[in-house]
Design a protein around this ligand. Structure first.
Ligand code: HDD
Length: 706
C-alpha cells in the first residue's frame, strides 16, 4: 500500500521545491510543427469553413453535424469564469523569497528561518474595486498577495499596499464593498470611490476614518507595483521552537522606494494607457530590472498584547514604528513573467487560512472572517478542486481522502478512501514529521456580538496619519477629497463628510469645504493629540539608492536633430538600464542634422504621451527645434511633463524651446555652458559628455521623488 501511496503522491506533487519544473510538466509550447486538432486529438483540415451543403454557384446551409465547428464555438461560449468579487483587475509574476538573517527567536517556520532556501513565490498585484478590464491607475488600494510554495505546503500572505483596513469585523465586508463598487441602479462609476455610496458608508462607519485618509493619500495612486510597500494588514502570530508566541504584522518595502503618480497623471493614464501598471511590471522583468522588497515583521511578545492604547488585533490600526520597529530579515524578488495570463494570473487563488507550521492566526476579527471567505469564493470562481490547478498546487506531497467533485484531476490508486482503514494508509502526521499543531491558546468569555473596548476609538490614528504627512502630501490629500466629494451629488453626503474631516483637522475640513461646499464647524470637533509616527510618510522611502534603472525616458526629436547629443543621451540612459523611447513626428526615418544619421522613432508625438514616461530629454538641432516649436503636441509634451514634476533635459537649441514651453519666471533655464538644474529642468547650451552624465544623474534624483 505504501508504494501505491508514494506513486500517487508523485503524481500530485512537483519536483520538490521547484515550482517552475512543476509547471513545466503542464506547459505546452506552440510551434510551426504543431497541427491543428480537436480537443479529442483528431487532426482538423480547416479552421476557416464550417461544414456546409454548398456548390460553386449556391451557398447552402451550415450543418449542425460538424463536430469541429461545434467544439470551437462551444469552447468559446464558455471561456469566461466569474471574475474575483473584489480585486478582479490584476497582474502577477513569479519570484523568489530568501531569508537573509534567521529570526529563529520568533518562529521555527523554515520558510522564514532557513537561510539556505530559495522559496518560489507567485505574486499577484491588483486594484480592489474595478472589473477585470478596468484601468490600472485609478485611485484605489492595491492588493499585494504572495503565494509561497514552501516545502511544508503553500503559505498565502494576502496583503495590501496600505497597512490598515476600512472595517474591523469581517461581517461588514459585503457592506463596505457594495458601497464602494458601482452603484446598484446603474452600475456607475467603474473603479472609483468618488461617488455617493462610498462616502455615505465612510461617514456611517467611523472606524473607516483612518483607512480613508490613506486611501486619499498618494499611496492610492502608485507609480508602479514595483514601488509600493506591502502589508499583511491583519495580525498574525509566529511560534518559535520553545513554544513562545509573538503577534506580528508582515511588512515588505521596495528597494526602489515608494513612489506615486500625481493625480492628474493617474487620471490621464486611465484613458491613455489603462494597462500602465501591468506593462510596467512586465517591461521591468523582461529588462531584467527585477523588482525587490525587503521583507520583515513587527513583532509583539504575547505578554505585551495589552500594553498599547489601541487593540493590536484591530486591523484599522497600525503599530506605530516608534513603538514597534520593523525587523527586516528576508528579501522578495520577482524575476519571471507568467507564460499565460488566464492559467496563471487569473487562476491563482489565495487563502488567508493557508499558513504553514510556525505561522498562525490571531483573534483579529477581520482575519478570522477572511479565513472563511477566501476558500469559499474559490469554489464559486474555480470549482471545488481549485487547489489542483497547476498554479495553485503545492510543490510538496499532497495526500488525503478529499475526493471527487467537479473537475477532479488527480487519479489516486488504492481500495480505500477513508481513515482509519485496515491498511493504516494515509495516517495523520506527527509533530516530528512536520504536522501543523494549533497553538494551545486559553480562551474564556461570553458569546456576544461585540468587540472589545479599545476597538471603539476611531480617530486617533487618522490624526496621527494627517499630522505625519509632509505639506506636499497634505496638499495632495486635500485635492483628493476635493475631487472625490465633488463627484458626490447628494449634499447630505458631502456636507456630512466635510464635517467628519473636522474630527481630524479643522484646516483640512475648511479647505475642502471651500471647494466642494458644506458648512464645517468653526473649530475642530476633536482635539488633536499632535503625535506623529515614523514609517507613514512616503518621503521616508526614497529607495535604497537613486536609480533610473527601469525608468522610461522619452527622447524628443525631429528632422535635423543633433546626433551627438541624441547618441550620448540614448547611450547613457541605456547603460544605466533605463528604457529610452524615441518620440518623433512620425514612426519612419528621421534624419539628423548633416544627414549622416537617422533614427526610426518608437512612437510619434500623437501616439504616445508624456504621462507614460518618467523623464524627457530633447537634443538640440536648429531644424529639429524649429519643427518642435511649431508643433503644439511637442510643446504639450514639455509643459505636461513639467506640470507632473518630471525631469526634463535639454541641450543646444532645445534650451530655448524648453524655456519657452515652460515660461515660468520662477524657473531659470540657464544659458550656461555648464549643466544647470532648476526645478528638475536640466539644461546645457553646449554638450559635453560629462555634462550629459550630470543630466542623467539629476534626472535620477528628480524621477525618484514624484
Ligand atoms: Fe480580501 C481578495 C486583500 C479583507 C474577501 N483580498 C483579496 C485579494 C487581496 C485581498 C490582495 C486578491 C487576491 C488575489 O490576487 O487573488 N482583503 C485583503 C486585505 C484585507 C481583506 C489586505 C484586509 C485586511 N477580504 C477581506 C475581508 C473579506 C475578504 C474582510 C471577507 C470577509 N478578498 C475576499 C474575497 C476575495 C478577496 C472575496 C476575492 C477574490 C478572492 O478572495 O480570491 O474572498
Amino acid at each position: 500500500m505504501s508504494n501505491i501511496v508514494a506513486k500517487a503522491q508523485q503524481a500530485v506533487m512537483g519536483s520538490q521545491g521547484d515550482k517552475s519544473n512543476d509547471l513545466a510538466k503542464e506547459t505546452k509550447e506552440i510551434s510551426d510543427k504543431d497541427r491543428l486538432t480537436t480537443d479529442y486529438g483528431v487532426k482538423q483540415s480547416s479552421a476557416d469553413d464550417w461544414l456546409k451543403v454548398t456548390s460553386q454557384d449556391k451557398q447552402g446551409p451550415a450543418l449542425l453535424e460538424d463536430p469541429f465547428a461545434r467544439e470551437r464555438i462551444m469552447r468559446f461560449d464558455h471561456e469566461r469564469i466569474p471574475e474575483r468579487v473584489v480585486h478582479a483587475r490584476g497582474a502577477g509574476a513569479f519570484g523568489t523569497f530568501r531569508v537573509l538573517e534567521s529570526p529563529s527567536d520568533l518562529t521555527f517556520a523554515p520558510v522564514l528561518t532557513d537561510t539556505s532556501r530559495e522559496t518560489p513565490v507567485f505574486v499577484r498585484f491588483s486594484t480592489v474595486l474595478g472589473s477585470r478590464g478596468s484601468a490600472d491607475t485609478v485611485r484605489d488600494v492595491r492588493g499585494f498577495a504572495i503565494k509561497f510554495y514552501t516545502q511544508e505546503g503553500n503559505w498565502d500572505l494576502v496583503g495590501n499596499n496600505i497597512p490598515v483596513f476600512f472595517i474591523q469585523d469581517a461581517i461588514k465586508f459585503p457592506d463596505v464593498i457594495h458601497a464602494a463598487k458601482p452603484e446598484p441602479h446603474n452600475e456607475v462609476p467603474q473603479a472609483q470611490t468618488a461617488h455617493n455610496n462610498f462616502w455615505d458608508f465612510q461617514f456611517n462607519h467611523t472606524e473607516a476614518t483612518h483607512m480613508f485618509m490613506w486611501a486619499m493619500s498618494d499611496r492610492a495612486t502608485p507609480r508602479s507595483y514595483r514601488m509600493m510597500q506591502g502589508f499583511g494588514v491583519n495580525t498574525f502570530t509566529l511560534l518559535n521552537a520553545k513554544g513562545e508566541r509573538h503577534f506580528v504584522k508582515f511588512v515588505y518595502t521596495p528597494t526602489l522606494g515608494v513612489h506615486s503618480l500625481v493625480w492628474d497623471e493617474a487620471l490621464k493614464l486611465a484613458g491613455q494607457d489603462p494597462d500602465f501598471h501591468r506593462k510596467d511590471l512586465w517591461e521591468a522583468i523582461e529588462n531584467k530590472a527585477f523588482p525587490k522588497w525587503k521583507f520583515g515583521v513587527q513583532a509583539i511578545p504575547e505578554a505585551d498584547e495589552h500594553k498599547f492604547d489601541f487593540d493590536i488585533l484591530d486591523a484599522t490600526k497600525i503599530w506605530p514604528e516608534d513603538l514597534v520597529p520593523v525587523r527586516y530579515f528576508a528579501e522578495l524578488e520577482l524575476n519571471k513573467n507568467p507564460d499565460e495570463f488566464f492559467t496563471q494570473v487569473e487562476q491563482i487563488a489565495f487563502c488567508t487560512s493557508h499558513v504553514v507550521p510556525g505561522i498562525g492566526f490571531s483573534d483579529d476579527p477581520l482575519l478570522q472572517g477572511r479565513n472563511f471567505s477566501y476558500f469559499d469564493t474559490q469554489i464559486s470562481r474555480l470549482g471545488v478542486n481549485w487547489q489542483e490547478l497547476p498554479i495553485n498546487r503545492p510543490v510538496c506531497p499532497v495526500m488525503n481522502f478529499n475526493r471527487d467533485g467537479q473537475l477532479r484531476h488527480t487519479i489516486t490508486r488504492g481500495t480505500v478512501n477513508y481513515y482509519p482503514n485496515r491498511f493504516d494508509a494515509v495516517k495523520p502526521a506527527t509533530v516530528k514529521e512536520g504536522a501543523y499543531v494549533e497553538y494551545a491558546e486559553k480562551v474564556a468569555g461570553l458569546k456576544a456580538r461585540a468587540r472589545s473596548a479599545k476597538f471603539k476609538e476611531h480617530f486617533s490614528q487618522a490624526q496621527l496619519f494627517w499630522n505625519t504627512m509632509s505639506q506636499v502630501e497634505k496638499n495632495h490629500i486635500i485635492n483628493a477629497f476635493a475631487f472625490e466629494l465633488d463627484h458626490c451629488e447628494d449634499p447630505v453626503v458631502y456636507e456630512r463628510m466635510v464635517n467628519r474631516l473636522a474630527d481630524i483637522d479643522i484646516g483640512l475640513a475648511t479647505t475642502v469645504a471651500e471647494m466642494v461646499g458644506g458648512d464645517p464647524p468653526k473649530e475642530a470637533t476633536r482635539p488633536n493629540h499632535g503625535r506623529k509616527a515614523p514609517g507613514i510618510s512616503m518621503l521616508e522611502f526614497p529607495g535604497e539608492k537613486p536609480t533610473i534603472m527601469s525608468r522610461r525616458i522619452a527622447i524628443l526629436i525631429a528632422d535635423g536633430y543633433d546626433p551627438v547629443a541624441y547618441n550620448a543621451a540614448y547611450g547613457a540612459a541605456s547603460a544605466a538600464m533605463a528604457v529610452p523611447f524615441v518620440i518623433g513626428p512620425r514612426r519612419a526615418k528621421v534624419m539628423s542634422a548633416g544627414g549622416l544619421h537617422s533614427v526610426t522613432p518608437h512612437h510619434h508625438f500623437e501616439g504616445y504621451r508624456s504621462t507614460m514616461v518618467d523623464a524627457i530629454f530633447i537634443p538640440g538641432g536648429v531644424d529639429a527645434i524649429r519643427t518642435l516649436s511649431t508643433n503644439g503636441r511637442a510643446q504639450h509634451w514639455v509643459r505636461e511633463a513639467f506640470g507632473h514634476l518630471k525631469a526634463i533635459g535639454a541641450t543646444g537649441e532645445a534650451v530655448d524651446f524648453v524655456n519657452k514651453c515652460i515660461a515660468l519666471p520662477a524657473v531659470t533655464v540657464s544659458d550656461s555652458e555648464e549643466a544647470h538644474e532648476s526645478y528638475g529642468v536640466v539644461t546645457m547650451r553646449h554638450i559635453k559628455p560629462d555634462g550629459l552624465r550630470d543630466a542623467v544623474n539629476i534626472a535620477k534624483g528628480c524621477t525618484g521623488f514624484f
